[in-house]
Design a protein around this ligand. Structure first.
Ligand code: CU
Length: 315
């Protein structure tokens, strides 16, 4: 899995993305800035960097290691894009990862409107899907894929949907949420720089759900987006269906390593009753260390129910 990003990697990431002017009060060694990659060349290994660094979190770059995410014009109601490869031509060969050739994740910059969909590949390398951009706003679209002959990669691009938008406050941190009649609780808290165990427990009508269905080869998929820059972490469960030790609920455990302190929105996809449901949580990593980023204005919402996009779902 490529979701593991060490704390040292975060320091490099912040320096590379924000430059020295955006330090959130942390001491960042300036040396790695010069090593940030703008040319698509392979990342220096941790050893080459003196054992201090990993690569950036996913989704922050529109172009990385020679691959570039390019939205293309599409009819209304459709979203289309391609991945340009190192030779400049659209990539047409991909490896299956988590049951699919391509995972497209979208969320607004305010972390609302999350969708996770699976586009279809045309022979010319164009990916098409019914548009998951469910309303106006500044969206970030993430393409999570493995090109044949390359490593897995998550590229991100901004997409604007015109129209009037009321920006939503990030819901307050909570350890329980409801979706589609299910109650999902979260135990564990991510700590930057170390692997943290996060366990979600699913119940319905007060009864634990013990017959979760595999979805994309797992009993749950967890995407985390960092508040502030939408750094993307795709976290997978500790255990897979059929491995003889992983039970189909009510608990699903994930191993997460977040790249920094701060607020994250977690999006848990799980399948039950033949449908995929998405439970969302706000968590604060390293809260004791730095505290949360203050909300710019107005009181924080007290619940989760006002944040979700009605009918957001999957295909
Ligand atoms: Cu997917």
């Amino acid at each position: 899995m490529r979701t593991v990003t060490r704390l040292a990697g975060f320091a490099v990431g912040l320096a590379a993305v924000f430059g020295a002017t955006y330090g959130v009060g942390r001491v960042v060694d300036p040396a790695p800035v010069a090593e940030s990659r703008h040319d698509g060349a392979a990342a220096p290994s941790a050893d080459e960097r003196g054992g201090t660094a990993d690569r950036l979190p996913g989704g922050l770059l529109v172009s990385e290691r020679g691959y570039t995410l390019e939205p293309v014009d599409a009819p209304p109601g459709e979203f289309a894009f391609r991945i340009a490869g190192p030779d400049g031509r659209p990539v047409t060969r991909y490896e299956v990862a988590h049951d699919k050739l391509m995972h497209l994740i979208v969320a607004r910059r305010d972390l609302s409107g999350f969708r996770h969909v699976h586009p279809d590949l045309a022979p010319d390398g164009t990916w098409r899907v019914d548009s998951p951009l469910t309303g106006p706003g500044q969206w970030r679209a993430f393409a999570d894929f493995t090109p044949t002959g390359g490593e897995s990669l998550t590229l991100g691009v901004d997409v604007t949907v015109p129209g009037e938008l009321t920006e939503r406050q990030l819901p307050a941190p909570a350890t329980s949420t409801t979706v589609d009649g299910y109650t999902v609780t979260l135990t564990g808290a991510p700590q930057p720089g170390s692997t943290s165990s996060l366990t979600v427990t699913v119940s319905r009508g007060g009864q634990p759900v013990t017959d979760l269905e595999p979805y994309l080869g797992a009993y749950g998929h967890l995407v985390a987006l960092r508040r502030g820059d939408l750094a993307y972490l795709h976290v997978h469960p500790d255990g897979t269906p059929g491995d003889g030790r992983t039970r189909p609920g009510p608990a699903v455990t994930f191993l997460a390593e977040v790249p920094s302190a701060g607020s994250y929105r977690l999006y848990l996809d799980f399948q039950h009753g033949g449908r995929v449901h998405t439970a969302e949580f706000t968590v604060v990593a390293g809260a004791a260390l730095t505290g949360d980023v203050p909300t710019p204005s107005g009181p924080a919402p007290t619940g989760e129910a006002d944040h979700g996009t009605p009918g957001h779902g999957h295909n």
